[in-house]
Design a protein around this ligand. Sequence first.
Ligand code: FE2
Length: 321
Amino acid sequence: MNTIYYDAVMTDDERRRQLFDGQLFVYTPRPSTLAMCQFARDLIEEAFNRYTSSPSQTDPPSLHHLNPETAQYALPVEDYAAILGKLKPTFIHHPESKRHLQNIFRELGCDLTKTYFDVPKMRSSTSDAYLTTGIAYAWHPHRDTWYSAPPCQINWWIPIYDIASANAMAFHPRYWQHPVQNNSRDYNYYKWNQQYRGPSVTQFLKEDPRPLPRATEPIELDPQIRLICPAGGIILFAGAQMHSSVPNTSGKTRFSIDFRTVHVQDAAAKRGAPHTDEACTGTTMRDYLRATDLSPVPEEVVALYNDGTEGQGNLVYQHVG
Ligand SMILES: [Fe+2]
């Protein structure tokens, strides 16, 4: 990789080619992303404003109006995780979330009839290691292709509030096409769906027992790239790109939206980022929905990614909550 495209005027076909070469794209906020961020902010602010502290025997319940970016400093971590545990599924399932995605794809020049997406996730990164597990996991360096994403997957990342270098996400360009020893061999997407999806994730407040694939040799975090765009800006990267959460020391919780896309012709032609070091099994290909009618990727295309483990676990991500 060698290029960061800024507000590039380019067809989606060419953009995907560049992404599969390891390049990064950043876009300034536009109406569709600002609308999605406003929608997300309304949900976030409502969730934190609804917070009522556990009343003691003598005190009446009190309603708090908390700034979401600093609410972590006013709440017991159990309560904070419980708020996120309700807020995040609400965002994921909300029909408005999908409508916003369609508008974003349209504005960014994607062909909606050929673009398939997975449901948008809301992420949070708390400051000062307040909560780094479970529902607010601080991501170690990884490629999404260690988690059964196909090589053609493209990741979209949008900050909901303004971010700073100290609460951003980082790319580790040294590892583009450079293999790293890792334990993705132990990861099967279908077994994972069966064993680790569900509301129990909010219980992981101090440690996270989930066997998340990671590097098994020391990673050189630098040089690293942190792209800082305003709230509603978009960062685009190949799922094969090595990336991580920056340990948040900013004093503010970062909230962001991310989702993934595949173009059905890339999937059918098995185009995408080069294979480097992933050894996981299963595929996320059944999770993507067509931007026009929410239909799944055609079965004959999915079949190209079958590896014989389809008989075990849950083939599709089950949204709980
Ligand atoms: Fe990731």
